[in-house]
Unconditional design. Sequence first.
Length: 329
Amino acid sequence: METYRTCDLPMRTRIAAWSELFSSRLDRANLTPLDNDRFTAELHLGEFGPLRMARLLCSDSSIHRTPAHVNQNAQRYYTFALQVRGSSELAQYGHSARLNEGDLTLCDNAAPYVHALCEQSELILLRVPAQVLRRHMPCPESFCALRLLASEGLTPIVTSLMTNLNSRMGAGLPDSVQERLAHQLLEIIATSYTLAFDATLLPRSAQGNRLARARQIIEQQLRNPELGPGLIARSMKVSTRYLRMIFAGADEQVSSYIMRRRLEESARQLVDAHWQGRSICEIAFGWGFNSAPHFSRSFRDRFGMSPRQYRTRKSGPQDRRLEQSASRA
């Protein structure tokens, strides 16, 4: 088992070194602590059959995987995140999962995400190759950043299994036993999602696969002002007419989906403590808008208030963390 601690790193370069370590061992991402001077973290890594397991202990910070970090030629993984202690919030694919102790969510390394860790978080991360997970959950991206509550359905069983398997990493179990236990764990997790979201995890149609691919491209290109049906269709090697037909099956137009996702990401960043010093226009233009009046009108239509009012009235978890940090100082 690999073990890493910030206390083993030089103070002067600790943040940069830890961010590089996280990127090399898990996902390439930017890690931003809320308080650089008080930042502490530990990472324990091991293998269990086809799965990679990690236990992450980390003080208040934000992990941001941007489109620039996503490598389409790299192996695709999905990661189940179990909140063991503290709390956190994962945002991906337009969903946001606020995790308390015992809650579980799913993340896709093929798309950008933000994971805000609060209150000295401890998480167990179960990293599953995409081809392995799809044998149990044919459409895993549909469940990214959705929360399995600690007390509902089979979640307590999943929590117990993940915790116990994590503690058995490096225990010398035969490979055949590890493979069997990994298969059983993934089956129980898939069943938990079926019960929680009343979903049928059956193989998708070709059109459903293409919709998932289109949404993945949109997530990767969301900041690009040139993003539109033509760019997406060319990336997928389909016609724009067929692309619109794919989205029509999901009861949403391509342009409406792009607008919704840009507004959702802009709104999230407006209340992010790490972006409090940035102007509203800077945030809007960073998400592909090129007109401040158009952004303000679209934002009001979506959220019922101006971006400035939203920023003033909404208090996200990172704002509360900022206030707590100030009170401790």
